[in-house]
Design a protein around this ligand. Structure first.
Ligand code: MN
Length: 318
């Protein structure tokens, strides 16, 4: 997904070049916390973003949080799109053949079915509850098309950057049918663990440069969920359904909103009436970002090379 970003202006592209580390988002946003409730290392919310209606691919209607004007990036995350519609007109056009180089795309399906095909001959079916972690590396050309003509299509695509040393690596797919995703019930929560650790359990995704955590948490009413995240990682919570209160300050966040978590070691989420949310974290890369549509490199020269390689048919040659 993401072909239309190629139409962004040069200025817009360069404005995403310096993705703010979490600390930069904190300026002036320190939340007052009652001492009795404070946990010294709880991560407080530093920004809340409403996902913004966006049209992508061949005309897919979705909602973008990371990668929108409100939050161009959250190192190493480049984009987060939610697609959620029962109307085929919103999704039927899909994402026909398009390239990627220099980063990873993560597709996570809640409902509906997508079919993935690429120029290397890989072919996969993404059904409800499945995930695909694709490391594009030096280049893939693929299509992501709905495998249904009606009914609910609901899912996410997250883009995760790669460090310079891995941008031209061999492409890799981690296709995860629902039964391969680790499920854990704890603290009044049912958790689907795509990546990272929870207690003595591990998610199935491995070998990713930024050591990501990705949890899909279904939290029952009046429950509280906490999860340790290494202090060096950037983290966010995206509310999928219901409403949650985040951090010691209990910042309210509802479905369709993303909250950026500030420094600390513990993510803490409460809910009054129940909430489903994604908790995602990873190590920031801290390198320059040159971004042009489906190519994410470190320099403009590398972007020009990616475009030239795509035009000459060499994008996918290792
Ligand atoms: Mn794609």
């Amino acid at each position: 997904m993401g072909t239309r970003q190629g139409h962004l202006s040069r200025r817009q592209l360069l404005s995403s070049a310096a993705l703010a580390p979490t600390g930069a988002l904190l300026t002036g946003c320190r939340v007052g916390v009652a001492p009795a409730e404070a946990h010294s290392s709880t991560r407080e919310v530093t920004a809340v973003i409403d996902a913004q209606p966006t049209i992508e691919g061949a005309g897919v209607h979705l909602r973008r949080s990371i990668g929108s004007s409100a939050l161009p990036g959250l190192d190493p995350f480049l984009l987060l799109d939610e697609f959620h519609s029962k109307d085929p007109a919103d999704y039927a056009a899909g994402f026909p053949s398009h390239p990627h180089r220099g980063f990873e795309t993560v597709t996570y399906m809640l409902e509906g079915a997508m079919e993935h095909r690429d120029s290397l001959g890989n072919h996969g079916h993404l059904g409800p509850g499945s995930a695909q972690w694709m490391t594009a590396g030096h280049g893939i050309i693929h299509s992501e098309m709905p495998k249904q003509e009606q009914g609910l299509m609901w899912g996410f695509q997250l883009w995760v950057n790669l460090p310079a040393a891995r941008k031209l690596a061999r492409p890799r797919y981690q296709d995860l049918p629902p039964e391969r995703i680790t499920e854990v019930t704890a603290e009044g929560a049912h958790v689907r663990l795509v990546a990272g650790e929870l207690g003595d359990k591990r998610g199935p995704v491995d070998g990713i440069a930024t050591a990501p955590t990705m949890l899909d948490v279904d939290l029952a009413a009046r429950e509280r969920f906490t999860h340790a995240i290494p202090a060096a990682h950037n983290a966010f919570v995206y509310v999928v359904q219901g409403a949650a209160e985040i951090g010691s300050a209990r910042r309210p966040v509802h479905a369709g909103q993303l909250s950026v978590l500030g420094p600390g070691e513990l993510a803490a989420v409460r809910t009054a009436d129940g909430a489903r949310f994604l908790l995602v974290a990873a190590i920031p890369i801290g390198e320059p970002v040159a971004r042009y549509g489906p190519f994410v490199m470190n320099t403009d020269e590398e972007i020009r090379q990616a475009i030239a390689d795509y035009r000459s048919g060499r994008l996918t040659e290792g």
